[in-house]
Design a protein around this ligand. Structure first.
Ligand code: HEM
Length: 215
């Protein structure tokens, strides 16, 4: 029992440490550094545009899933302090989504707004990807403590529930764009369903009245 309490104390200290936050931040930047390093070494495969678009798309959906898993992990591991990392993961989802969009718009479409508009209207996977990005933007803007105060916690929380829809749009975007092998989009879909089910179970558990204690 004492060993358990001591271990819990260590985990708490690690989670509270600003060094841990800095380390997690640095780890989140690894995909970008890897991409820049590959660009410097001219090692972006025979199709650099496709490579950059795919890599940044992969990291966007990964970060969205990581962000969504913070709350269930907090409950399963009984580590409420994990919440300290949720905002960072959410912001990295937005960061990689912007790089993903920029790769498509700047390198693929060459800043051609007309072409961009056509693609958004004609290709459903682009339409839903764009919807996800547009929903992500207000969440990134309002992610600060100042915005929580300005909106009030309840309204802020309601707004930030948009992340569930954003992650689902990301999964559908991926599912619609792949031509044959749908295993990875389906895997992300299964992760999304699992994380949402975990939330639903917790929500139901909280709504149930506490069992009456016999004297
Ligand atoms: C939250 C938003 C988004 C997520 C999670 C996301 C995720 C992804 C993923 C996972 C891929 C496939 C990567 C792979 O095959 O390895 C991808 C590809 C792609 N995405 Fe996105 N994406 C998002 C938004 C957007 C937006 C806004 C656009 C453009 C307007 C876009 C355009 C593309 C394109 C052009 C591809 C490559 C398609 C192909 O190779 O045929 N995505 N995205």
């Amino acid at each position: 029992m004492e060993a358990g309490a001591a271990a819990n104390g260590v985990v708490k200290r690690v989670l509270l440490s600003s060094w841990t936050k800095a380390l997690v931040f640095a780890l989140c930047l690894v995909p970008l550094v890897d991409l820049l390093w590959r660009a410097y070494r001219q090692d972006l495969t025979a199709n650099p545009v496709e490579f950059i678009t795919h890599t940044t798309g992969d990291w966007t959906i990964r970060f969205l899933m990581i962000t969504l898993s913070v709350t269930p992990l907090r409950l399963w591991l009984r580590q409420p302090l994990l919440v300290r990392f949720r905002r960072m993961f959410g912001l990295f989802s937005f960061f990689y989504a912007m790089l993903h969009f920029a790769a498509w718009f700047c390198i693929d479409k060459f800043f051609d707004f007309q072409e961009m508009g056509k693609d958004i209207l004609k290709r459903p996977f682009i339409t839903i990807g764009m919807a996800a990005l547009l929903m992500l933007a207000p969440l990134a803007v309002t992610s600060t403590g100042g915005w929580v105060r300005r909106l009030g916690y309840r309204r802020w929380r309601k707004l930030h529930r948009l992340v569930y829809a954003i992650a689902l749009c990301g999964v559908i975007h991926y599912y619609w764009l792949v031509k044959s092998d749908v295993r990875l989009p389906l895997l992300y879909g299964a992760i999304w369903v699992t994380l949402m089910t975990a939330r639903l179970i917790e929500w139901r558990r909280r709504r149930l009245p506490a069992p009456a204690t016999s004297k």
